[in-house]
Design a protein around this ligand. Structure first.
Ligand code: NAD
Ligand code: TYD
Length: 351
């Protein structure tokens, strides 16, 4: 089969990236998918064992901050398009080590942009740099309102500041060098293969082991949750049909206060684990708040809905149930990612 496109997906061994890699490898046999990942604590090739031998898939271990290496792989493979997900992605880690976020999220993105520009600057026809970003760049909402594509950037955490900076550089390369790009800013994802440092998988793991559920502050913080496979579908649509130089907001139309979400999770876990109703809720423990904690995120996803016909395919209750089932059926995965350095992280963050 002749190869129509060479697509570089960065961060493809991570949570969202692995779902995007799988979707593209399976759906587009005439594309060659290159997955570039440094395999940090968050990257795990076990997320991709089902497609690792596919003829249209190649894994490249490497760091996006390694300029020589990145230049070389662009020279040898001449990727037509990039879907850039590689990042440091956890707010709490960014509070402890902000510089690591600048290195990967800002400098790493710059190095990719430069390599892509050098590779194609004479002819950008049918080329695309697709930058995956977050709704956290918009800062926080009060009790009302939604983030639209024209909401001003106002990031509050080192994580969101580094993602905002990378978004600005992508846009600046579009304006300055005509580099063809598209950006999407998505709300909180959940689903299988998410590293158990983020709220939902951390709490699932703690409930399994009867450990306290550390709710920050009073728990009255709101997030808009989207099932990861629906994010991957949106990325596919934007990659193929999104308008160049534009931004698309992606959200779940699904706002939850943390404390209400945690209670729903506890109820579903009690049922799945055949535990007495109410037993998981007893594990809820209110702990010291996260510094600079954003009160509320909520996305207006009407643009992607109207222009590309996208909307979430599962309800939150269904998605959460599928997620819980996956973690309960994949105990080996959970045990392997929570051994070693995870224990140290947990101790530092929650002791
Ligand atoms: P993740 O932390 O699960 O995965 C990140 C991946 O990037 C890992 O596989 C890791 O090994 C890799 N990586 C990290 N540093 C690297 C480097 N220097 N070089 C090469 N690879 C490196 O993250 P995720 O939750 O899957 O998020 C993916 C992207 O989506 C990020 O850009 C994030 O900002 C964005 N995003 C995430 C969410 C969410 O809720 N998780 C929501 C919106 C946007
Ligand atoms: P998280 O999953 O870290 O995503 P983000 O900070 O990017 O939104 O956190 C989701 C919400 O849950 C956020 O308001 C912080 C809160 N939270 C807790 O209350 N306890 C925890 O242990 C964690 C990790 C998060």
């Amino acid at each position: 089969m002749s190869i129509k496109k060479k697509v570089l997906i960065t961060g493809g061994a991570g949570f969202i990236g692995s779902h995007v890699v799988r979707l593209f490898v399976k759906k587009y046999p005439n594309y060659h998918i290159f997955n570039l990942d440094a395999l940090t604590y968050a990257g795990n090739l076990e997320n991709l064992t089902d497609i690792e031998k596919a003829p249209n898939y190649t894994f490249i271990k490497g760091d996006i901050t390694d300029e020589n290496f990145i230049e070389k792989i662009f020279e040898s493979h001449k990727f037509d398009s990039v879907i850039h997900l590689a990042a440091e992605s956890h707010v709490d880690r960014s509070i402890k080590d902000p510089l690591a976020f600048v290195k990967t999220n800002v400098i790493g993105t710059m190095i990719l942009l430069n390599a892509f520009k050098r590779c194609w600057s004479e002819n950008f026809k049918d080329k695309l740099f697709y930058h995956i970003s977050t709704d956290e760049v918009y800062g926080t909402l009060g009790d009302t309102g939604l983030f639209t594509e024209s909401t001003s950037y106002d990031p509050n955490s080192p994580y969101s500041a580094s993602k905002a900076s990378s978004d600005h550089f992508v846009r600046a390369y579009g304006e300055t060098y005509n580099l063809p790009y598209v950006i999407s800013n998505c709300s909180n994802n959940y689903g299988q293969n998410q590293f158990p440092e983020k709220l939902i998988p951390l709490f699932i793991n703690n409930i399994i082991h009867n450990k306290p559920l550390p709710v920050y502050g009073d728990g009255n913080y709101t997030r808009d949750w989207l099932y990861v496979k629906d994010h991957a579908i949106a990325i596919d649509l934007i990659f193929h049909n999104g308008k160049e130089s534009e931004t698309y907001n992606i959200g779940g139309f699904n706002e939850w206060k943390n404390i209400d979400l945690v209670k729903l999770l506890c109820t579903q876990m009690d049922t799945k684990l055949n535990r007495k109703k109410g037993s998981s809720e007893k594990l809820i423990t209110f702990v010291k708040d996260r510094p600079g904690h954003d009160l509320r995120y909520a996305i207006d996803a009407s643009k992607i809905n109207k222009e590309l016909g996208w909307k979430p395919s599962v309800t939150f209750e269904e998605g959460l149930e599928k997620t819980i089932e996956w973690y309960l059926n994949n105990e080996d995965w959970l045990n392997s990612v929570t051994s070693g350095s995870y224990k140290l992280y947990y101790q530092n963050q929650y002791s």
